[in-house]
Design a protein around this ligand. Structure first.
Ligand SMILES: Cc1ncc(COP(=O)(O)O)c(C=O)c1O
Length: 494
């Protein structure tokens, strides 16, 4: 708290510029305590220090403190003077700032369905945080900090630390079939920041962007934020399914897709569709944003290479994140861009956000280079596959007759398609009341016309041994709703 500022503001606002200093100080502190500016429990600055700071005699401060103590606003304790616990007067509240002060963009934002700190079954997207090798990460961070020179405390390279860009490029070439060099890799603050960059760098306001429908809310937010025209494209069992009409009448400038594990339905974009998407994008001069958010976890079948590496010079911006393979709070992701775009994007990145956090980046580079990251991935893959198996078995046992599982072959969530007689949002609400958190697929619609009606079940942080019980309870909710809807249909017929 800057007492000199407090004092001069108080003097001006309350029209007592001529008061003696001791009275002004006393009134000012009393006002600050009454209005809650100085909260209960706050320790007042020592009298000698405050006198020096304000340039007044110590007696002036002593007088003010004694007055406050005699009125009960402060209490002495062993180490000085502390603000007493009185309810602050906030009755004369100024008028709140009007909502109209916000842009339409901000006013129209949808509230997130889940709190970011929420946990438990079946929150999608969260890795098992208990399984992260925290002790090892602490050692890597410690080592990185010890090697840092004072000049590295300045802003760092806007595209990311060279060592990390190199390590990411090596990892992507070897494990995802991405064709790239380090100079094409931009380190970001996570996928959201990558998507913002892609949306602003590769399309102008009013340009058309294709989003999968249903699709990832983060991509919708980034594209809306960039002022793009949103066109939702249907998703079927083979992933994003644009029609010939879509290509003719809704020509895109940008196409966002999650080909390895569609978010939220979980379907995998077939090879034929991938090639068609690349061809179509080339023909209309569009760029594809490939969000490969959880593909490191492939549970069945051969690994699927990224779209980016499928064809030479594919017009693809490839986004990845460490939020799923490590932990979301790390806030490190990356985007791999075609080499021709790299210089302009570097300029844009440098002008839109200053990079820092060198130690985190260097520790991550070492995690990748040392092989510990690959080891951690193997462990997580085993753990998540075991949990996926337990979930699929429980779903077959308790819900096999009524719901269909999609997207179980990869990632950290699967989807459960419900019959049309049940509304996924109703089931979600009923399950939430039972303490089971599930997302409704229809809530991920980016536009009207979403044909998916079902639930999204994240299993990464649910122990295998709890799966059967949880699914049995969820099945109870679904069967009850099915019975009730059957009853209402019977009544309608009768
Ligand atoms: C489709 C998709 N992309 C990306 C992300 C990760 O975003 P970030 O790297 O910003 O944590 C998520 C997180 O849930 C996601 O679902």
């Amino acid at each position: 708290m800057d007492y000199a500022l407090l004092l001069s503001t108080f003097g001006k606002d309350h029209g007592h510029p001529g008061w003696p200093r001791q009275r002004l100080l006393h009134e000012c502190l009393r006002h600050a305590i009454r209005t809650g500016t100085l909260a209960a429990g706050t320790r007042l600055v020592a009298t000698r220090a405050l006198a020096a700071e304000l340039g007044v005699a110590r007696n002036t401060v002593l007088y003010a403190y004694e007055q406050l103590a005699s009125e009960g606003f402060v209490v002495p304790d062993r180490r000085g003077t502390v603000v007493a616990d009185i309810a602050p007067e906030r009755s004369r509240k100024p008028a709140p700032v009007p909502q109209a002060g916000l842009s339409r963009r901000a006013q129209n934002l949808r509230h997130l369905a889940n709190r970011p700190d929420a946990g438990g079954a079946f929150i999608p997207g969260l890795p098992d945080l208990q399984a992260f090798p925290l002790a090892l990460w602490r050692r890597l961070l410690d080592r990185a900090w010890r090697g840092i020179a004072p000049q590295q405390l300045n802003y760092s390279d806007a595209a990311g630390e060279p060592a990390l860009r190199e390590a990411i490029a090596d990892h992507l070439r070897a494990s995802r079939g991405v064709v790239c060099e380090a100079r094409q890799v931009f380190v970001t603050d996570g996928s959201q920041s990558s998507l913002d960059l892609c949306a602003r760098a590769c399309a102008d306001e009013g340009d058309t962007v294709w989003l999968e429908n249903p699709g990832y809310g983060g991509a919708l937010a980034a594209c809306r934020g960039a002022g793009l025209k949103i066109e939702g494209i249907d998703v079927d069992e083979e992933g994003m399914a644009p029609t010939a009409q879509d290509w003719q009448r809704r020509k895109p400038k940008l196409i966002y897709t999650t080909p390895s594990h569609q978010y939220p339905a979980g379907t995998v974009l077939s090879l034929a569709r991938r090639m068609a998407l690349i061809d179509g994008a080339r023909r209309c001069g569009a760029l594809i944003v490939e969000d490969d958010y959880d593909s490191e976890f492939r549970h069945d079948g051969p690994p699927l290479a990224a779209m980016q590496g499928l064809a030479p010079y594919a017009p693809v911006l490839y986004c990845g994140t460490f939020s799923k393979t490590m932990f979301p709070g790390l806030r490190i992701g990356y985007v791999v861009v075609p080499p021709e775009l790299a210089p302009q994007l570097a300029t844009m990145r440098a002008q839109s956000s200053m990079m820092g956090r060198v130690a985190d980046q260097l520790a991550l580079a070492e995690f990748l280079r040392s092989g510990q990251y690959a080891l951690h991935l193997r462990r997580m893959r085993r753990l998540y596959r075991e949990r996926r198996d337990a979930l699929v078995l429980a779903l077959q046992t308790h819900l096999g007759s009524i719901a269909t599982v999609h997207g179980a072959s990869a990632g950290m969530h699967l989807s459960l398609q419900l019959p049309d007689t049940l509304r996924d949002t109703d089931i979600r609400a009923a399950a939430m009341a039972e303490g089971i958190v599930v997302n409704a697929l229809s809530m991920q619609a980016v536009q009207d016309g979403c044909r998916w009606n079902g639930l999204m079940l994240g299993y990464a942080q649910v122990p295998a041994e709890r799966m059967d019980d949880l699914v049995r309870r969820l099945a109870g909710v679904i069967h009850l709703a099915a019975y009730a809807s059957g009853g209402s249909r019977r009544r309608q017929k009768a």
